[in-house]
Write a protein of this length. Structure first.
Length: 168
């Protein structure tokens, strides 16, 4: 019975599971996206999100705590430099799990886990600052009507040119 067991043991002993999650977390931080099974992706999400939260505040203590989990100084450096800079204003939810189908060999459910802020396809380049809208909106309407008027006059000029060419 598994009463009171809060996390997935992934059919591994403690040392193997911790090493595997540390290696997967380092790969995720380095490559920003990895493919794995759904169960491992969910376990990795629980493992790596607190570390990303710690990386938002760059102190020696936080670096040592994260290094104790990751055991890779290049992964820690990447996490505190690039990943923390991108996720600085996000309150949580740093990773996304996308199911991609079944593996051919054993039909295991596969998933892609990625860091949310590093995917330009889903973000669509939305990192633009919103422009302040005026309450009256008078200027926007005037520019729209003026552009519509210029398009209409251009269309009339081109149609008159076409008729004069056909007459010749």
């Amino acid at each position: 019975m598994r009463h009171g067991k809060k996390f997935n043991h992934l059919s591994r002993q403690t040392g193997h599971r911790k090493s595997m999650l540390a290696n997967m977390a380092c790969s995720l931080i380095e490559h920003k996206r990895i493919n794995t099974t759904v169960a491992k992706a969910k376990a990795l999400k629980q493992f790596v999100e607190p570390l990303i939260t710690k990386s938002k505040e760059d102190t020696t203590h936080n670096r040592r705590i994260v290094f104790a989990y990751l055991r890779n100084k290049y992964g820690v450096t990447e996490l505190f430099r690039e990943v923390a800079a991108k996720v600085g204003d996000r309150p949580g939810g740093y990773t996304r799990i996308i199911k991609v189908g079944n593996r051919l060999g054993d039909n295991a459910d596969m998933a892609m886990i990625e860091l949310v802020d590093f995917n330009e396809i889903y973000n669509g380049g939305k990192k633009e600052e919103k422009k302040a809208k005026s309450r009256r909106g008078g200027k926007a309407k005037k520019t729209e009507t003026s552009t519509a008027e210029t398009k209409a006059t251009d269309a009339q000029e081109t149609s008159s040119e076409e008729t004069s060419e056909s007459a010749e």
